[in-house]
Each structure stands twice: as C-alpha cells, then as structure tokens.
Design a protein around this ligand. Sequence first.
Ligand code: NDP
Ligand code: GDR
Length: 337
Amino acid sequence: MNKTAVITGITGQDGSYLAELLLDKGYTVHGLIRRSSSFNTERIDHIYQDPQTPDRRLVLHHADLSDGVALVNLLRDIQPDEVYNLGAQSHVRVSFDAPLYTGDVTGLGAARLLEAIRASGVRTRLYQASSSEMFGSTPPPQNERTSFHPRSPYGCAKVFAYWSTVNYREAYGLFAVNGILFNHESPRRGETFVTRKITRAVARIHAGLQERLYMGNLDAVRDWGYAPEYVEAMWRMLQRDVPDDYVVATGVPATVKDFLGAAFGSVGLEWERYVRFDPKYERPSEVDALIGDASKARDLLDWTPKVQFDELARIMVEADVRQLEDEMSGQTVRVDR
Ligand code: NDP
Ligand code: GDR
C-alpha cells in the first residue's frame, strides 16, 4: 500500500524538493502551510492539485508549529507513516533579531510535534531537520560524535530540537531521527541566504541592473551541497530498520570568497570590482568553519553527494539569469529553474 507523509515547511526550499521526491515514490503528501496575506506557495505551485482532483496525492493544510493542538488534530486525522519536520525560522542572522520567536518555532515547535505524535497515538516515523549550526565554534571536521557549541539563537533552538528528538526515541521508543545537514542550496534557496543573494546579484550585475553587492563576513568557511540530493538522504534515514542520527555534507570546504569567485566567474566577471562590505550583514557571534564528515551516511545510507560548490554556483547563476530574463520579458516566472 502507498505510504502517507506529513511535511512541515513544505513551502520552503527543502520541503518543495522533498514533496516532489515523495510524490514520485507514490506517497500521498500532506503539507502544512502558514496562512499568509499574500501567496507563499510559489515553490510548490507546479505540483499543486486542487481539492476537486480525483485521488489527489498532495493535500495542503493550514497549520503552524506554534499551535500544538492543531498538530495533534492533524496527525490524528491523517495517520501518516512518516513525518518530516522541516518548518523553522531558519535564518541565522534573523534569529539574533527574533530570538524568542526563533526559540518558539524552531525549538519548541519540534517538541510540540513530538508531543503531538505521542498525544495523537499515531504510529509513525519522524525526521527532524537538525543543522550543522549546532556545532557552532567546535572546529571541523564535524561528525555525529562532535560536541555542540551553538553560536546563535537559531543554533541553540536546533540543539533543543535535536535533544528532544533523541529523548522521545529513548523515552517512548519513537522512530525519530536527526539529519544533521550542512548548508545546502539550489535555485529555490531563499533570496537572503548568502549563496542565493550572490547568484541573484550576479544575474542583475551581468544584465546591467545593479552596480554593487553589499556583504558581511567573506572569510566564513562552509560546506555547500545541492538541496535535491540532501532530501534523498532524509528519506533514506526513515527507511532504515533502526532510528539513528546522520551527518549529511560534501566534506568540501569553501569560503564565501570562493563562492563569490565561482559565481561571478561563471559569467566572466571579477567579484572584487562589485562587492563591498556592510557591517549590518555581520553576526554578533559567527560560525567560522563548518566542514562535515558524512562517512556514516555514505556507509549506512549509501548516500554520496555529487554536486560541489563550484558546479552549484554555476547551476544557481544560470537559473537566476534565466529567471531575470523571464521577468524582463514579462513572462510568468517559473519555479523550477
Ligand atoms: P526555508 O527557510 O526555505 O523553509 C522553512 C519552512 O518553514 C517554510 O516552509 C516556512 O514557511 C516554514 N515555517 C516558518 N515558520 C513556521 C511556523 N511558525 N510554523 C510552520 N512552518 C513554518 O528552509 P530550508 O528549506 O532551507 O530548510 C528546511 C529545514 O532544514 C529548516 O528547519 C532549516 O532550519 C533546516 N536546515 C536547513 C539547512 C539548509 O542549508 N537549507 C541546513 C540544515 C538544516 P513560509 O514559506 O510560510 O515562510
Ligand atoms: P548560514 O547561511 O548562516 O550558514 O545558515 P547563510 O547563507 O545565511 O550564511 C553563510 C555565511 O555567509 C556569511 N555572509 C553572509 N550571509 C548572508 N546571509 N548575507 C550576507 O550578506 C553575508 N555575508 C557574509 C555569513 O556570516 C555566514 O558565515 C544556513 C541556514 O540555511 C540554516 O537554516 C542552516 O541550518 C545552516 O545553513 C546549516
């Protein structure tokens, strides 16, 4: 029989790729979306099925990770085989401006979902979107045994969610896993994360629409992978016989400067001519270097990344160039670029 999954955060980058993956595998997918005063479903519009569609396999529900009772009711009604908790206030810089909100949604939200599973009595498997930001200032390489030292309200909230997930596994025998994912990007990446900010600017500068790009710390080292490959790892974690936690990463380090070089270079531009510093993009405490060791995921999940940061930069610049051309010619903007 085909499986049923619930995805929180289905309107985000990862939620949209995961929904596609699960639909391709024959799942019925229930996505939780937030009520918004304007449309917020752009990333999943291409897979949307209206309520009149016979046998539809993508169903959207209004819900919020701050509303625990709604989560209980939804889980009891849907009876999912798998739950993927991807919903979060996921921006590290913003978490310094909104620390309590971030703690509520990103941290307590995960606990509400765990408790909703317990309260509804549903027999299911849970994936928790944990993050390399939990390692914070602990030096690389980081793996499943590396200690956490978060450097932002977001990182602290994710540590709470991580340990809550482990605790429900130990206390109640819930099949609950943490995917500790390092940065992963795509043409669907939110526009204010550093890679997408850069690739959008490259497209606009190349088209003569923008002169400067203002940035923060260019020396940070990150391990950037390709989001569609990472959602496959999430799914594989829930197909194992026993629940466990896994690091998902490329193992390839690159600085923000390296990404600038790859992105501007892909259209024949030198980034140094256009990029300027603005302290507003710095963080009160920074995470200097994240480089993941994903050997456990390779050995147990048979998962290996293929796209590395320079190819990723090219994919994202090409998509943003196409999107800009579409916008300038007045065409409807495609989501899947
Ligand atoms: P996005 O920011 O693109 O998506 C976040 C999703 O969470 C959106 O669908 C958003 O809805 C939803 N959301 C925000 N607040 C709430 C709330 N109060 N209740 C319910 N849903 C909410 O993140 P990504 O897709 O990049 O990441 C997915 C998850 O993985 C997040 O938890 C993130 O923290 C984590 N993560 C991401 C990594 C990355 O590199 N991308 C690495 C490691 C972990 P809306 O569209 O309405 O804003
Ligand atoms: P990060 O991603 O904080 O690693 O969190 P982000 O792309 O925001 O920053 C990466 C690095 O770039 C530096 N930086 C800038 N960042 C932004 N956003 N804007 C700038 O102008 C800028 N200039 C320099 C940052 O200081 C940082 O060092 C992402 C999110 O997706 C989290 O949800 C996820 O958990 C982690 O990745 C893994």
